[in-house]
Write a protein that binds this ligand. Structure first.
Ligand code: NAD
Length: 411
């Protein structure tokens, strides 16, 4: 089974590249990152000791604009993972048509072992270590696993001190009071619902009769549920890591989210029917929305999927083998690089506001997101129909063509 995200994306790039007629040398230069920086840096701990940490920044491709992508703080961070994730960001930015390339980075650290002062020292020291290769027109990092808006604020401050002027646009995902953007929190879930609306337009679905099951009630899953309900779709299932709530006539999304916020779990919620996360994936719904983990639909359960459509909101929830089975079964899946690209598009809007000293309202941001994601869906759908392929291959074809075109005169 192929369940390594980088391996999966290499297969997808090669497939789509072959359909576009790319030469081996053209493929070669878009597969590997252009630069991977590994740094070792000192951090002052509360007990007065200086500890040394290791961090990475992978810069996959900048043919269409500055590298863009998150920084994660996790014990599992490694070079191969950041390389894979930086490549993914290149395709996501290209399919959403935002003028960025792909980047990703992180530090090997368990943040639970650090005090707040140590976390700030680590964040600032990491920025000093990578300051040569980042900047508003070079590489623009953002939060990712175990990094937050507050950490981005420290990083902006440190970078600004190094270059001698305030440089808000060097990082996105900052807090609202420090150059962050309205609407960024909701952006990814909202963009997913734009995809859902587009899908119902082309497939002529009536929202009221369109049942939606969502795996995950984190940032992405909960905003997807809220906006889907607002737009009149029938949300019938929502889950966290332990259990799923299901009602074929529709669930009370707001009550479930409130219960989760107050109790940190859905377990024990009164007056609801529970099913397992595995059963949620196999519900006879119109649209299935995996919004939590990678590799949840594989060759082992793809045959059992009964949804007519899948919107991938998590990164990599379907394996390549699952893609093949689902495509044969006539299930249309909208790939992560399109469905959740409103996240990076929201980051682009933050960067743009910082670069131009502007401040947009939440409504401005959501309207612009609707336009951008709507156009990306239209382009992907047309490419799919014109080439008689699946939507993932179509989106990769668009992204690869855009990056390849931007690289034509670069050698
Ligand atoms: P999050 O940490 O806020 O939420 C994760 C959710 O997954 C939680 O509801 C958790 O309960 C659930 N979960 C964990 N283990 C599970 C399991 N075994 N079975 C079912 N559910 C489980 O994360 P998020 O920001 O909502 O991100 C979710 C996914 O979307 C990730 O794949 C992430 O990479 C992707 N994504 C997020 C954004 C963004 O802007 N937040 C953008 C693009 C992609």
């Amino acid at each position: 089974m192929i369940n390594d995200p980088f391996e999966s994306s290499v297969i997808q790039i090669k497939n789509a590249g072959a359909k576009l007629g790319l030469s081996v040398s053209e493929l070669d230069r878009i597969l590997e990152p252009q630069r991977v920086v590994k740094v070792s840096f000192p951090v002052k701990m509360d007990n007065g000791m200086i500890n040394t940490f290791t961090g990475f920044r992978s810069q996959h491709n900048n043919a269409r604009g500055p590298y863009k992508g998150g920084l994660r703080f996790s014990p599992d961070v490694n070079e191969s993972e950041v390389k894979a994730l930086s490549s993914w960001m290149t395709w996501k930015c290209a399919v959403a048509d935002v003028p960025f390339g792909g980047g990703k980075g992180g530090v090997i650290v368990d943040t639970k072992t650090l005090s707040k002062t140590e976390l700030e020292n680590l964040s600032r020291s990491f920025v000093r270590a990578i300051s040569d290769v980042i900047g508003p027109t070079k590489d623009v990092p953002a939060p990712d696993m175990y990094t937050t808006g507050e950490i981005m604020d420290w990083m902006v401050d440190e970078y600004s001190k190094i270059v001698g002027s305030k440089q808000l646009a060097t990082f996105t995902g900052k807090t609202l009071g420090n150059g962050g953007s309205e609407g960024r929190t909701e952006a990814t879930g909202f963009g997913g619902v734009v995809v859902l609306e587009k899908l119902s337009e082309v497939k002529q679905l009536n929202p009221k009769e369109t049942t939606v099951a969502i795996q995950g009630i984190g940032n992405v899953g909960q905003y997807f549920a809220i906006f889907a309900k607002q737009k009149g779709f029938k949300v019938v299932a929502l889950s966290d890591s332990k259990t799923a709530v299901y009602n074929e006539n529709g669930i009370d999304v707001e009550r479930i989210i409130k219960f989760k916020e107050q109790n940190k779990t859905l377990v024990g919620m009164p007056d609801v029917t529970f099913i397992s996360n595995e059963a949620l994936l196999e519900l006879p719904v119109t649209v299935l929305v995996p919004s939590a983990l990678e590799n949840v639909i594989t060759k082992d359960n793809a045959e059992k999927i009964k949804a007519r459509y899948i919107i991938e909101m998590a990164n990599g929830p379907l394996t390549p083998e699952a893609d093949e089975i689902l495509h044969k079964k006539g299930i249309l899946f909208i790939p992560d690089i399109l469905s959740n690209s409103a996240g990076v598009t929201g980051s682009y809007f933050e960067w743009y506001q910082n670069m131009h000293n502007e401040k947009w309202t939440k409504d401005d941001v959501l309207h612009k997101l609707e336009d951008k994601i709507g156009s990306a869906f239209d382009a992907g759908y047309k490419m799919m129909m014109d080439n008689n392929t699946d939507m993932r291959t179509a989106c990769y074809m668009i992204a690869i063509k855009r990056v390849n075109d931007a690289m034509k005169d670069k050698f």
